[in-house]
Structures are given as structure tokens and as C-alpha cells.
Design a protein around this ligand. Structure first.
Ligand code: SF4
Length: 208
């Protein structure tokens, strides 16, 4: 019944299933304006409309999750940058972890600039995995593709965020989108050098 409810309720989705994972959409705000962002072209992903009328609060997110048991992982994801809402991520992640379900955060890695402090120690014990958007092999290209609000300080801060994540989160990987101007192999070398996982995301703006 709960599954049927989720399938039919496609507008304003806070929690949505893809395969055996549940994804949480807790804000549409972001500190980047990536040229490839799905938000530029589509109202959501995988048939779910992820445009939010407002940021959901803790209780609304918990209610949208329902029973978390049975999911392989619960993922804080887009359609926006979840770590902008750090306190909410921490509260919901704590609730999920109490029930024994692994938690992942997909992030643009600029949360330390946004909050003005190193937030990674605050995720220790609550977050099992992070997937961080690297998206380019150097700062110049990153700034042109991702257009971060923090300007030139963003790429060094992103690399620092990746390195720092390894100290507090058990599984760390970086991702790139396979648009033509990105040197995928150079990005893979950065990931190898930093000792983190690597994932190439296929650019498909029409997957909604
Ligand atoms: S970081 Fe993610 S949500 Fe933000 S603009 Fe880039 S692709 Fe979109």
C-alpha cells in the first residue's frame, strides 16, 4: 500500500525509490549552478517530480520515509544540495541509523564553505558513505562547469572536503559527469591519488 502511495504521489516528492534504495529530496537550493544539472531541463528524475514548494521539516521527511527497513541504503540526494540543511540531515540520519539502515549523502562538497566551518566531524557515526561531485580535473574547468557561488576558492575547498571526509566517513567516492570537456582519466587519477572511490555518471538530461 505504501509503495502504491509513493508511485501515485509524484508531485513534490520528498522520498523516492530507485531500485532497492530510498532517496531523500530535502531542498531544491544549491550552491552550484552546474551546466549539466537536471534542474535546468527536467522537473525531476526517474518519473518523480522533485520540485518542492518548501523545504520539508524533520517530521515531514520521517513521514515520507515511512518504514525504512528493507532498503539497502537511504540517500540524501538532490534535486539540490542536502548539506545546506546540515541540522536536518543530522537529525534524520540519526533517526535512520537507530533503525540500522546505512546512510549515504550525495553532495557537491562545498558545505564547509557554506557553513564556514569543517562540518565533517559532525557526520561521524551518522553517515556511512559520501558521494562527492568532483566534476573536473582542475579549478578553471570546475568553475566554468559548476559555477559555484563561492568562486575560485571552491575547487581547493572541494579537494579538502574530499580528504577530510576520509577521516570521518567510512566510504568516500567522487563522481564526474561524462560531458565532453571533462578529462575523465585525469579525474580518476585524482581519486586514486586521494584514495577514494570513483564513479562516472552518464549525462542524460532527458531521463525524467
Ligand atoms: S551540485 Fe547537483 S544540484 Fe547543484 S547545480 Fe550541480 S548538479 Fe545541480
Amino acid at each position: 500500500m505504501q509503495f502504491l502511495f509513493r508511485v501515485l504521489r509524484k508531485h513534490n516528492m520528498i522520498a523516492y525509490e530507485i531500485g532497492s534504495r530510498l532517496y531523500l529530496n530535502i531542498t531544491n537550493k544549491c550552491t552550484c549552478a552546474c551546466r549539466f544539472c537536471v534542474r535546468n531541463l527536467s522537473p525531476g528524475v526517474a518519473g518523480y517530480d522533485l520540485r518542492l514548494e518548501k523545504d520539508p521539516n524533520f517530521y515531514e521527511i520521517i513521514s515520507a520515509i515511512g518504514d525504512p527497513h528493507g532498503y539497502l541504503e537511504i540517500v540524501f540526494c538532490g534535486y539540490g544540495e542536502p548539506l545546506i540543511r546540515l541540522d536536518t540531515v543530522k537529525a534524520v540520519a540519526r533517526w535512520i541509523k537507530v533503525q540500522g539502515i546505512p546512510v549515504r549523502v550525495d553532495t557537491n562538497g562545498l558545505a564547509n564553505l557554506f557553513h564556514g566551518r569543517n562540518i565533517l566531524p559532525e557526520l561521524e557515526g551518522m553517515v556511512d558513505a559520501v558521494s562527492i561531485s568532483l566534476n573536473a580535473e582542475n579549478a578553471e574547468k570546475y568553475n566554468a562547469i559548476c559555477r559555484p557561488v563561492f568562486g575560485p576558492q571552491s575547487y581547493p575547498a572541494l579537494l579538502e572536503f574530499i580528504a577530510e571526509s576520509k577521516r570521518y566517513v567510512p566510504r568516500v567516492r567522487v563522481s564526474v559527469v561524462d560531458i565532453p570537456e571533462v578529462d575523465i582519466e585525469a579525474c580518476r587519477e585524482i581519486a586514486d591519488r586521494m584514495g577514494v572511490g570513483f564513479k562516472v555518471r552518464h549525462y542524460n538530461p532527458y531521463k525524467y
